[in-house]
Design a protein around this ligand. Structure first.
Ligand code: ATP
Length: 374
């Protein structure tokens, strides 16, 4: 009875507005009866604000889909609560949560026309004929499906079918969120780029909360305002693309984001702000007072390392081993003893043969103790 009341309240409420989504003390194991269960998601709490774009980014098996399915109701979390606008929905079924979900592969009705596929979620909720026409037109225009509206869905190509799936997710304006699990995998790269832009426009126009799961950093960076980086069931950083790039909170984020990965060197703290890599002292802006003589790691992006004309403070001497011309920049690879260093330089810069001095700007140096940013 209470559940029924909650559902009705929820339906009414959701017709009026989209929701803030709270994941509160969530954790999940798929083998709860095992004496030593393994956790697909370790305990975490997080809020998805209404109308924002989020990407859940991480390598295969880190728990992205589990998190999405917990929000949609396909998986019940072992612990914790899901709240939509402060109301617990953990016990509600997927169909009662007012969520649209788009999967990696198309989920459509092959026997229906494209129009009927797109109209279906609206007809189920008894929208008026005019409203249905208006929404189907808007979504089919955005997704380039207008000329196929009267064709049976089965006659379309695999990527067009996925566009229908996406359209069915986007056609309702009243959903709490649209959850997308690697939705563009089957779509060709050019169209992918355009669709990501369209999704951004849809989000800006309709203020629909969009959550996009991907293992591709470029997809995440170009789509989302907020990126949730995951590793082995942990949320390791939530932030803007700029934060993840400039100040990775863990060495994992440093490796995972950016191309090439962040340069990370074993080093030892030698003073309040300095570390030693081999015998070279590097000044940083980090406060290292508590870590004197400790082994740490120094991280610096190849984009921030500068070519120096001569040896000076904060330069390291390297033996150049490779120069790759990428058209808009050159990527230098060099060795300092047994350490490999990569630096991106402007393509016009003359590169001397043999030994080079590379400058590490102190403000761009990140120090990691136990793999975490100091
Ligand atoms: P991918 O990018 O490969 O889809 P993911 O980051 O989405 O991976 P999940 O699918 O959430 O990760 O899986 C997280 C962990 O939970 C993995 O170790 C996976 O093997 C395990 N897992 C996922 N679904 C189940 C299930 N139904 N039963 C048992 N274990 C599962």
């Amino acid at each position: 009875m209470l559940l029924e009341k909650m559902k009705n309240w929820f339906r009414r409420h959701m017709e009026e507005q989209m929701a803030k989504i709270d994941l509160s003390n969530i954790s999940h194991t798929y083998n709860p009866l095992d004496p030593k269960p393994t956790y697909a998601l370790n305990p975490f709490s997080m809020t998805w604000e209404n109308g924002k774009r989020y990407a859940i980014l991480g390598p295969s098996g880190c728990g992205k889909t589990t998190m999405l399915n917990i929000v949609s109701g396909l998986v019940r979390p072992s612990k914790g609560e899901i709240l939509f606008d402060e109301t617990p929905v953990t016990d509600l079924k997927t169909e009662d949560r007012n969520i649209a979900q788009v999967f990696q592969f198309p989920v459509i009705y092959n026997t229906m026309t494209v129009y009927d596929n797109l109209a279906f979620p609206l007809r189920c909720r008894e929208f008026t004929k005019d409203k249905i026409e208006e929404r189907v037109k808007a979504v089919s225009d955005t997704l380039n499906l207008s000329s196929f509206l009267n064709s049976p869905a089965r006659k379309l190509t695999a990527d067009q079918k996925q566009l229908i799936s996406l359209g069915r997710g986007l056609v309702r304006e009243d959903v709490a969120a649209v959850l997308m699990d690697e939705p563009l995998t089957v779509i060709d790269p050019d169209l992918k780029f355009r669709l990501r832009r369209n999704l951004k426009e849809i989000n800006e126009q309709y203020k629909t909360t969009l959550v996009y799961v991907t293992h591709d950093q470029n997809e995440a960076m170009t789509f989302a305002e907020n990126i949730i980086v995951m590793d082995q069931g942990e949320i390791v950083q939530v932030g803007l693309p700029k934060d993840l790039f400039e100040k990775p909170k863990t060495t994992f984020v440093g490796y995972f984001i950016g191309s090439p990965a962040m340069n990370i060197f074993h080093s030892t703290v030698s003073s309040d702000h300095e570390v030693k890599i081999n015998d070279t002292t590097i000044k940083t802006n980090s406060n290292l007072g508590n870590l004197k003589d400790k082994n740490v790691k120094l991280g610096i992006r190849s984009e921030f390392i500068e070519l120096a004309e001569k040896e000076k403070n904060n330069t390291v001497k390297i033996k150049l081993t490779r120069v790759e011309d990428f058209g808009n920049f050159k990527l230098l690879t060099g060795k300092m003893g047994n350490l490999v260093i990569k630096s991106k330089v402007e393509r016009e810069k003359p590169i001397p043969d043999g030994e080079l001095n590379l400058y590490f700007p102190p403000e761009k140096c990140c120090v990691y103790s136990d793999e975490k940013l100091v």
